[in-house]
Design a protein around this ligand. Structure first.
Ligand code: CDP
Length: 788
């Protein structure tokens, strides 16, 4: 920190702050950007124009001369507190602010603290940084070549850009199966870098109260408790111990995994508030959000399938190179470096499989967030669903027929996959049959043949995916050692109304509705009488947050279990009130009644009142319960999607004419919310298939760093989604439910690619990389001599 003068910074100091205090004043809305606290300062960030450069000097004088600018924070400032680096979830390290060199374009270089946003922005423009450009590495394959510049020379003894190698499955058996196979296919598949691009960008208000030694951070986080613990672990040495930290995650305008990581902006704002003793607000703009926040995907995969002549799949092999940017900061709380990628055998009974992966450093932003998917499931599903179609093409088989031939059958569940997962339940055949019947698959194939004869390009694509969601169980998942359970706490008030609090945090998924429904269903209290709260670490029970479609599998389950604990106590109270033995009572939603005498009953409201006024002697007063639920297994939702496309031979434009999604997420709590989740997920699956990509030129300059270049589909580009469902309950979840929030993002892209390739398959096209932009498709049409 470089205060102009200590008086300038501290002049508005603690005593005045206490007078103005109110600890929690919100503005009009409930988003971070709406929060206004008395005396609040604003922070803006200086970012690097270079992708790799040594910092020779940072000149702050001109910035500090601007009225309203109070301080410029650099890496050296933070180094004094040992806060210039921070750990990542993947046991790597990431800069908060650099002291020696920058590693990607748009990296944070310094932060300006000012009395208002405008002064902070002017201050950013006035900070002068001298850089010495260094050789840039953007291609992960080149990054691993001998002689490539070593990017992480901050790590002692690091002599290359290799991060880790990971493999799972049986290498030798897979090699044998490939050697013995009648047919083998091999396909390179690249899933480019994309960004979650949620409507609300990231930001926080860090509010340190020096008088109380207490820090409140309002921030856009999907995991408030985990953040509290991380702050305590990283900054405990400067006095921030966990009982003095409160993290509040107010309304969140879309998370999708992008609001799981800890970004440097949060850390700098906290450090600034602690040093200055005033609230500091930081909210990034759209370009900063796209250019510097954690990316998703960026997997270079080679997928191979071995099969018998009749189409029976015998082995799968996938080799991947993962581009992690300059640090492995993947938001992956699993014990596996590549998350749940080993779900890649998909919905098929493939007895032998092997997958291996290497991760490389490049001059790009770090990250690897699970953008609306469970830690690399999207990549795995893309690989298996694409290579399945490549095999169908090789065998000249209908892709639906090939899938039916290889599906894990309904009576094989629980099913142990070749790569070690125990699938809970499924009926893949039923889902695909339903989809084919509903969309009129046979007629579409006839129409396609007729169109083809006329030179028109129409394609039908299928994706029959298996998801894997709901992290824990704690044996496989933890965040910095904290086991991945989740929680619910329900308290029934004397008048029979309730408050229910959870360790998860909705970002628009409707938890307030669905959790209230669960309590209502279990206890018979009307949903309108149940207040649902999440996101405040001072009040909510400890939890790991919302991502990976884990809320229903974990906190949803905890909610049911906690409600059942309450019902058990309610039964004792009812027996006392009715003067019968517990065994003589029966439950009907909302009341206990005496068996054979239904008029002798006590409602849950009467019981709640008695819990505080007339409970049995020796029993504790009150009616409440908490549950920390560690799921025995993940849940495995699935679906079959069918996409119909027409391709314009004049422009290469792909038009999604129809898209039908048949999903199965076990028992459904709220059908309307589930439908909304599927609609949103499908749009977010359409996006990378046709539009979105963040790429870099050879100097590491970003393209796709603003909404001018990063095309997020709007209502104009989004087709009418058709949805349907099958219901295969989860055998281990108290409500039989599986997660659903991400299924459609995972299942949509391969269905769309398969449809486009299908439209062109008679021309010898076997694969197209995403995004399938008009230019990319038109170049293929031109190459094949069918462009108009
Ligand atoms: O963790 P996240 O909330 O993103 O995902 P989820 O557990 O899949 O839930 C998304 C929304 O769908 C929540 O409001 C759930 O309660 C609801 N849902 C449902 O109604 N029935 C299911 N079987 C699964 C989810």
């Amino acid at each position: 920190m470089e205060p102009k003068t200590s008086a300038a910074v501290c002049g508005m100091g603690h005593s005045m702050k206490r007078k103005e205090d109110p600890r929690f004043i919100r503005g009009k809305g409930h988003y971070v950007d709406d929060i206004k606290l008395p005396g609040m300062l604003h922070m803006d960030i200086v970012r690097s124009p270079f992708a790799h450069a040594r910092i020779k000097a940072i000149h702050t004088e001109k910035a500090l001369a601007i009225p309203g600018v109070l301080a410029v924070i650099t890496g050296e400032t933070l180094k004094a507190y040992n806060l210039h680096w921070m750990p990542t979830l993947m046991s790597d390290t990431q800069m908060v602010l650099p002291t020696e060199k920058v590693m990607y374009q748009a990296q944070e270089v310094a932060a300006v603290i000012a009395t208002d946003r405008y002064a902070a922005a002017d201050g950013v423009d006035a900070v002068e940084v001298e850089y010495e450009p260094l050789p840039v590495v953007v291609d992960p394959f080149k990054a691993l070549e001998p002689g490539a510049p070593v990017l992480r020379d901050d790590k002692e003894g690091k002599a290359n850009n290799h991060i880790w190698h990971w493999e799972t499955g049986d290498r030798e058996a897979t090699e044998r199966a490939f050697a013995e196979a009648d047919v083998t296919v091999k396909q390179d598949i690249y899933i480019p870098r994309i960004h979650v691009a949620s409507i609300e960008t990231c930001g926080c208000v860090a509010d340190y109260d020096p008088a109380m030694g207490h820090l409140t951070v309002y921030m856009t986080t999907q995991a408030p408790h985990a953040i509290r613990t991380v702050i305590a672990l990283v900054a405990g040495h400067v006095g921030l111990s966990e009982e003095r930290i409160r993290v509040i995650s107010p309304d969140i305008g879309g998370g999708f995994g992008g609001k799981v990581p800890v970004y440097p902006g949060y850390v700098i704002a906290v450090a600034a508030s602690v040093v200055i003793g005033k609230p500091v607000k930081w909210v990034e703009d759209r370009m900063e959000n796209l250019q510097a926040d954690s990316f998703a995907r960026d997997y270079h995969m080679t997928a191979e399938l071995a099969a018998k002549k009749d189409g029976t799949m015998t082995a799968l092999r996938i080799k991947t190179l993962a581009d992690h940017g300059y640090a492995d900061a993947a938001a992956n709380p699993s014990k596996f470096p590549a998350g749940l990628f080993s779900i890649c055998t998909g919905s098929y009974d493939i007895k032998t499989a092997f997958t291996e992966m290497d991760a490389a450093y490049t001059n790009k932003p770090p990250g690897g967030v699970a953008y609306r998917c469970s830690f690399r499931v999207t990549e795995a599903v893309h690989a298996i669903e694409r290579v399945t179609d490549v095999l169908a093409q090789e065998l000249k088989m209908d892709p639906a027929e090939l899938r039916f031939k290889n599906f894990i059958q309904a009576d094989q569940f629980p099913y142990k996959s070749a790569l070690g997962w125990q699938y809970d339940s499924g009926n893949y055949k039923a889902a695909l049959e339903k989809a084919m019947e509903k969309i009129g698959y046979d007629e579409l194939r006839k129409e396609q043949a007729e169109k083809r004869a006329k030179g028109e390009l129409m394609g039908i694509g299928i994706c029959s995916f298996t998801e894997i969601v709901g992290a824990g169980p704690s044996k496989d998942f933890d965040i910095l050692g904290i086991k991945m359970f989740d929680s619910a706490e329900i308290r029934i008030h004397p008048t029979g109304k309730a408050i229910a609090r959870f360790g998860t945090k909705s970002q628009g998924q409707g938890h307030e509705t669905t959790y209230a429904q669960i309590v209502a269903e279990e206890l018979g209290i009307p949903a309108a009488h149940i207040q649902v709260e999440e996101g405040d670490t001072d009040t909510a029970p400890y939890g790991l947050g919302t991502y990976a479609s884990r809320s229903t599998p974990t906190s949803g389950a905890a909610c049911a279990v906690a409600a059942r604990k309450i019902r058990d106590k309610a039964k004792k109270i009812a027996a006392h009130l009715l003067e019968v033995a517990e065994e003589d009572l029966e439950w009907e939603t909302g009341k206990f009644f005496v068996k054979g005498a239904p008029q002798k009953a006590k409602t849950i409201q009467e019981i709640a009142f008695a819990a505080y006024t007339n409970h049995p002697p020796g029993m504790e007063a009150g009616l409440e319960a908490v549950d920390y639920y560690d799921p025995p297994n993940l849940t495995f939702p699935f679906g079959s999607y069918i996409c119909v496309v027409d391709i314009d031979r004049g422009t290469g434009q792909v038009k999604v004419r129809r898209f039908l999604a048949v999903d199965d997420c076990g028992n459904i709590i709220n059908p309307m919310i589930v439908d909304g989740q599927i609609h949103g997920g499908l749009s977010m699956g359409l996006a990378p298939a046709l539009f979105e990509e963040i790429s870099y030129d050879e100097n590491g300059n970003i393209s796709g760093g603003s909404f001018m270049d990063y095309l997020v589909p709007t209502a104009m580009e989004t087709p009418n989604w058709e949805t349907d469902k099958t219901v295969t309950p989860c055998p281990h979840h108290p409500l039989g439910a599986k997660g659903v929030g991400e299924s459609a993002t995972v299942g949509a892209p391969p269905a769309i690619v398969n449809a486009v390739v299908d439209a062109l398959s008679h021309l010898g096209v076997r694969h197209i990389e995403i995004p399938m932009t008009p230019e990319r498709v038109w170049n293929i049409l031109k190459e094949k001599g069918v462009a108009e």
